[in-house]
Design a protein around this ligand. Sequence first.
Ligand code: VGL
Ligand code: ZN
Length: 234
Amino acid sequence: RFLLQSSAGLLASAAAPWTFAAPPIKPDSKSALIVVDVQNCFVPGGTLPVKGGDEVVPVINRIAPAFVNIVVTQDWHTPGHASFASSHGGKKPFETTVLKYGGQVLWPDHCVQGTEDAALHKGLLLPTAQLIIRKGFNQGVDSYSAFEEADRKTVTGLAGYLKARGIQTVYVTGLATDFCVAWTAMDARKAGFNAYVIEDATRAIDLNGSLAAAWKQMAAKGVKRIQSADIAAA
Ligand code: VGL
Ligand code: ZN
């Protein structure tokens, strides 16, 4: 009878209107922060500007000290790259075409190797970042993902690098949410990592509903959506 009463009391208190915040995430040596394509090309003033793209910089700078492992990526195209509309007669930016490996969105010329446009944003403060992965440097193949090129065959080596260092979980930030961030996070899952996207540390291109579609595809692949406030301060 006493037990019954006390469990009824527990039920009553469970129904009380208090909520409990999820405990903050403390990244450890098995976690890596991936900072995707925070480059001049993708911020206002660049060749493929993402709305509010520069706003991710202070957010990334604030959480970076909590991470022991930081990987940066850089979109790094050849002049005349196959992902550029200008390489396809009669095509305009944001139209699509079909390349050997499948459908491809055509972009304005952007992030050409060695140009100031392709440089990392000067406001990024990542002195402890250990690796920069450059991608999209094969003339005929695009690479949104930091793990695998768009032919879905050519790998960048990032999965091997992370595994060799005992990393199990990646936290993806940067530009753009619906392209390089989403593909990187989904390929991280495919390679066997836990993957989080820190939403307020990303901004999207949102082309024909691509942002909503990307969140849906990421959720289906087990990518978790969090906010920078969910990461414990260093
Ligand atoms: C990206 C389009 C073309 C990205 C790169 O970083 O999301 N998007 N190249
Ligand atoms: Zn690109």
